[in-house]
Design a protein around this ligand. Structure first.
Ligand code: CP
Ligand code: NVA
Length: 308
């Protein structure tokens, strides 16, 4: 039987197809039954944030409460990590107090090290490399709106960043196709694409890179975009906005898309940069369903990893 009990959730690429399906099924179940079901009664989750967050922080904290447990927020400044205590020692100490760790960090290696030294489940709440909880939530949101996943095509336009890495890894697990349009210098890591192509041989997914937003979106069932300046890249702000301007998701681009295309964005959005108001607030947008589903997906993840 497939189980995620006591495992970590580090990257979608490290989950089996069955484990991804399990998370989606549990999300659907918990969304239908949102009240406190006490499966994590008496349990605690340490939530470590090196970066800002609205959705991830609030949805994990509320999710723990709704499952009967407690989520505790720590900015890295609050912990002795900020004064040089090692990740090794932090992971070992936290393992003596709490039942799970969720971490949002700059370096992906930090989350890998937490998982290596902790004896409790570790959940990746975003790193510079990927954002697995987001992408699993996104796949669930597509399923809710389309009633299926296999054979659908997602088009991602813009910066080939952490969010795109997790989307590529997720699409290939569920048999979705993914087109991505990014200019040179902003493409996803080749290692992510190579590994995803290997999974795609099993599931039938097709991965199509392009440098043209119109080519990417013309046959798409879903169009997805994310900020051009991710957390930690603030110094490159002006250059990124200039280099990515042809990849804006706006009304003109939407005219070339299927009429029933779904528009997705993990948020926060920089309105007027990667997406315009008319699109993010328009009839095709499901961005707030997506934001809500962070809560349901993460409750499912915490239940599967942490319930006794
Ligand atoms: N999408 C997402 O992770 O949002 P936050 O940065 O607000 O957590
Ligand atoms: N790519 C963005 C995602 C924010 C949820 C970032 O890393 O800032």
């Amino acid at each position: 039987m497939t189980t995620l009990s006591k495992k970590d959730l580090i990257s979608v690429s490290l989950l089996s197809i069955e484990e991804v399906e399990l998370i989606l099924t549990e999300t659907e179940r918990l969304k239908k039954c949102p009240r406190n079901i006490n499966v994590l009664a008496g349990q605690t989750l340490a939530m470590i944030f090196e970066k800002s967050s609205t959705r991830t922080r609030v949805s994990f904290e509320v999710g723990m409460y709704q499952l009967g447990g407690l989520g505790m927020y720590f900015s890295s400044r609050d912990l002795q990590i900020g004064r040089g205590e090692t990740i090794h020692d932090t992971a070992k100490v936290l393992s003596r107090y709490v039942n799970g760790i969720m971490a949002r960090t700059f370096a992906h290696q930090t989350v890998l090290d937490l998982a290596k030294y902790a004896s409790i489940p570790v959940i990746n709440g975003l790193t510079d490399y990927d954002h697995p909880c987001q992408a699993l939530c996104d796949i669930f949101t597509v399923y809710e709106h389309k009633g299926k996943l296999k054979g659908l095509t997602m088009a991602y336009i813009g910066d080939g960043n952490n969010v795109l890495h997790s989307l590529v890894q997720s699409c290939v697990k569920v048999g979705m196709n993914i087109n991505y349009a990014s200019p040179e210098g902003y493409r996803p890591l080749e290692s992510v694409i190579t590994e995803a192509k290997d999974v795609a041989k099993t599931t039938g997914s097709i991965i199509t890179p392009t440098d043209n937003a119109y080519d990417a979106i013309k046959n798409a069932d879903i169009i997805y975009t994310d900020v051009w300046v991710s957390m930690g890249q603030e110094e490159e702000n002006q250059k990124r906005i200039k280099d990515l301007k042809e990849f804006q998701l706006n009304g003109e681009l939407m005219k070339k898309a299927k009429p029933d295309v779904l528009v997705m964005h993990c948020l926060p959005a920089h309105r007027g940069e990667e997406i315009t108001d008319e699109v993010v607030d328009g009839p095709n947008s499901i961005v707030f369903d997506q934001a809500e589903n962070r809560l349901h997906t993460q409750k499912a993840i915490m239940k599967l990893l942490m319930a006794k």
